[in-house]
Write a protein that binds this ligand. Structure first.
Ligand code: NAD
Length: 474
């Protein structure tokens, strides 16, 4: 075939579908029986379904502040799992239909490179190909990533889970330790905590969400989790895990001091590794960096002229929306268009309660790069909508270039931050100034107003904040 896409996640199927739309004959090789990849089958979508439930439980509990009380939730785990599976099945079915309509040939097999133009198809249903081999002119590698799980932590009891195991929701354990205070740990910790587990978190570094997330944004989340979770151990290592009859005995190490606790289950969420091993890349000219990522240029071309790579396997950040955009760039480049993956802002969202979302330049990064910036903050306590929802801990923050008044970065913490961030992304990509953002009329009362109001806070014209006005700019 002229084009084969290896991997049917949000990067791979976006690429295959666009290629078909542009008239290229394309095959999509996926070892799973269903399309969708980690995001749909054991990542973004099931976790968001469970977080939706967690959010409703949490809101119902909070209602007592308003004089409305519900009883303790009774959770039918079977029904909950079935509902989650139904969502996945609906979306997977949709992808299969879309592939069919577009004439994308979906091959259910594991693809392993034999050289720069041949894939060997293993397992699955390697149908009608000579020797189960598929030759191609170009391949877009979209093989994704896998949860990192240190070997000695894999215990026979199965009580130590990775994110896929946690999403199975086998039970609601009485107690759970989350190892790793990153995206997955905090999202799944939130789910289990709301369903009734006593959750603790252990994080190697001195903060939750230590990797590049603005401290101002993390604080309201850390405060809330501090109340909700049993213990949050920072700057603490897990020295060992051991199966006992009563659960998993965890030995912690904090600055050389060891202590042990027993948990019903342990979730390990210490990062993901690019899926670049065991797929025959050594038989091609593809270059792999020290962290296992496939090296690509801004058109997603690898060092092998026949092979492109997109998504998690091609570098950080490992986010579905980045993968699908890269997939489209790779296809357009193949199609001879001057496409390049050069975003000014890739939004990131942690779907906890409150949510944290950010895009573009962060305050920390600006400091590290010695970029002159000004920071504008709009605390949600000044927002009528946030007050009406009882969620005044939120904050909207803009990073602004003082020379041009352009928006360079945005960060939001609070409910729906993930839905609010996109306007900030558009502002950054379009070179919007604080005045543009402030003078675009936002509907009242909404949380989206906090974006316009933070721009006004920078200009000194925010109605609900007293701050002397900036001098008018030319
Ligand atoms: P992560 O990199 O976000 O967090 C891992 C955390 O574990 C880090 O804070 C790290 O310091 C800590 N850690 C590492 N080793 C440790 C140890 N031995 N003991 C204690 N802590 C340790 O990784 P993740 O949460 O596993 O998620 C993996 C990837 O999946 C993320 O990078 C992200 O790209 C993606 N993801 C995204 C979303 C989202 O967009 N909402 C949600 C889930 C996952």
């Amino acid at each position: 075939v002229p084009l084969v896409v290896l991997g049917g996640g949000p990067g791979g199927y976006a690429a295959a579908f666009l290629a078909a739309d542009l008239g290229m004959p394309v095959a999509l090789v996926e070892r799973d029986e269903r399309l969708g990849g980690t995001c749909l089958l054991r990542g973004c979508i099931p976790s968001k379904a469970l977080l939706h439930v967690a959010g409703v439980i949490s809101e119902a509990r909070q209602m007592h502040e308003w004089g409305v009380s519900f009883g303790e939730p009774r959770v039918d785990l079977g029904a909950l799992r079935a509902r989650k599976e139904k969502i996945i099945a609906t979306l997977c079915g949709g992808l299969t239909q879309l592939a069919k309509k577009r004439n994308v040939q979906v091959i259910n097999a594991k693809g392993v490179f034999e050289n720069s133009t041949t894939l060997k198809l293993e397992g699955g249903d390697p149908r009608t190909y000579d020797d189960n081999r598929l030759t191609f002119e170009h391949c877009i590698l979209a093989s994704g990533s896998l949860p990192a799980m240190p070997g000695p932590w894999k215990l026979a009891s199965g009580r130590v889970m990775d994110s896929s195991g946690a999403l199975e929701l086998v039970d609601v354990p009485e107690s759970m330790l989350v190892v790793g205070g990153g995206y997955i740990g905090l999202e799944m910790g939130t789910v289990y905590s709301e369903l009734g587990s006593r959750v603790s978190v252990v994080e190697l570094l001195p903060n939750l969400l230590p990797q590049g997330v603005d401290r101002d944004l993390v604080k309201p989340l850390a405060d809330r989790m501090g109340k909700r979770f049993k213990n949050i151990y920072l700057e603490t290592k897990v020295a060992g895990l051991k199966d006992l009859d009563s659960g998993v005995e965890v030995t912690f190490d904090k600055a050389g001091q060891q202590f042990s606790e027993t948990y019903s289950r342990v979730l390990v969420a210490v990062g993901r590794r690019p899926n670049s091993q065991g797929i025959g890349l050594e038989t091609t000219h593809v270059a792999i960096d020290g962290n296992g990522f496939v090296v690509v240029d801004e058109q997603q071309r690898t060092a092998d002229p026949q092979i492109f790579a997109i998504g998690d396997v091609s570098g950080e950040p490992m986010l579905a929306h980045k993968a699908s955009h890269q997939g489209k760039v790779a296809v357009e480049a193949l199609h001879g268009e001057p496409a390049a993956f050069q975003p000014l802002a890739i939004p990131a969202v942690v779907f906890t309660d409150p949510e944290i979302a950010w895009a573009g330049l962060t305050e920390e990064q600006a400091k590290a790069d010695r970029v002159a910036i000004e920071v504008a903050r709009y605390p949600w306590a000044a927002s009528g909508k946030a007050q009406a929802m009882g969620r005044t801990e939120g904050l909207t923050k803009l990073i602004i270039d003082p020379a041009t008044d352009r928006i360079l970065g945005i960060g939001i913490v609070g409910p729906h931050a993930g839905d609010l961030i996109s306007e900030g992304v558009l502002a950054i990509e379009m070179g919007v100034t604080a005045r543009d953002l402030g003078e675009s009329i936002h509907p009242h009362p909404t949380l989206s107003e906090t974006l316009a109001f933070s721009a006004e806070a920078y200009l000194g014209t925010a109605t609900e904040i007293y701050k002397p006005r900036r001098e008018a700019r030319a």
